[in-house]
Design a protein. Sequence first.
Length: 431
Amino acid sequence: MSGFLTLLKNRGLLASQTHEHLDELVPIFEQVAPPEHMKTAYVGFDPTADSLTIGNFIQVLGLKRWQMAGHRPIALVGGGTGLIGDPSGKTQERQLLTKETVEKNVEGIRELLGRLLDFDEKRPNRAYLLNNADWLTKITFVDFLRDVGKYFTVPYMLAKESVKSRLETGISFTEFSYMLLQAYDFKYLFENYNCEFQFGATDQFGNITAGIEFIRKTLEKQAYGFAQPLILDANGVKIGKSQSITIWLSEHKTTVYKFYQYWINTQDADVERFLFYFTFLSENEIKEIIAKHQQNPEQRYGQKILAEEVTDMVHGKSKRTLAENASHILFGGDPTQAKVETFQTLASEIPFVQMDKQLLHEGLKVSDICVSLGITTSKGEAQRAIEQGSIYLKNQRVIDKFMKVTANDLLEGGYLLFRKGTKQYYLAQFI
RNA sequence: GGGGAGGUAUCCAAGAGGUCAAAGGAUGCUGACUGUAAAUCAGACGUGCGCCGCACUUCGUAGGUUCGACUCCUACCCUCCCCA
């Protein structure tokens, strides 16, 4: 019988593990594992921002998968470690965050994780959300050096990749000590929550093993860990960085529409892998989706499923539907059929201007509206653009460069949709 | 401190008294093609005007010479190079 690690491995989500037999230790159960078999695992989230990126999302999903396999997940927000700064994967010393910022960030992440995992107290393997500030800020420096520092040799710490890679460029004592704090976290959770497992991204592996070592030395008990891979797209680019824009999980940082679009824009070469990584669909379901996708790749069937699944998970179905409708309008749909809510969604995604309805009485020239909306910088340019056939009103090409818009042209809610070229949209509302 | 070169449109870069809104590239924009891709071909590209035309503004800044200045003169500002 295969366990949780096999599940991850089959989906391409296992990069490394601390022990060979981990798979047997964590069998997969329906919903809830019997108490004697229930295992607890934690993942730490660094509060460097008030939200998480889709890079962190892999770890959140890891916790979710863990919970779905009947075990208990703990999401640990680093309110304490965030004050120090994790050197893992960083090439430079980081600016310290203020305590206020860290607290604000912790709250943002807390809110997000609260939606993504099941914290229902009736569920025996309910998730926990903890903040290491609760214990890390209480320990005194001298105690820390005696109780934690004594168990780590400097050569051991220097050998860790997170430190080693920084020896040339410099690393402060503060960041150097980071792994001790994370080790302390693990021990704390091990003792207080019976948490035997920790996982994270591959760059966390060094910190994870430090914790296991610490638990073995101080408690003479065995803890375990594994790492999920860093996800790259087919071009070898880290996911969630489209043209240097980070894709966040919170709506206030990345709108639902942009989030949805990010997944829709997945390359064909990545669709199958991403379905394995970011959804809970079974292998058979994914194979079917891919088979269907390949019959008409231009339909983006696979991307649509991916975008729907992921957006539903993060933002909920109703918001996903709005984003979907907005996408539909912007990519070939008929705007005359669109509802007011769709335009409201669009208004925050594309250049949007409100104008006075009175202007339409005499009829308003398209070329004038082009300037008001910022489609073109001058009327002359607008007229040339129309001559070249690049201006569209309600997805219909404007042919007459002196064409006037009247109140009869308005769509639901007084909206009017313009387009320049193939995909630059502009929205006006006449009120 | 001494000597030299130069500042032109989004960027690079021609122009050396009138035919200059200013060659040629590149980027960006648009059209065709296409799967919300790349490549390719084509077009417009200072501003205004119901636009095969006319007017206005622009070649570092401010003055001047001239019928006429991106081009000549003066001063100033800035950049780069060489020598000390």
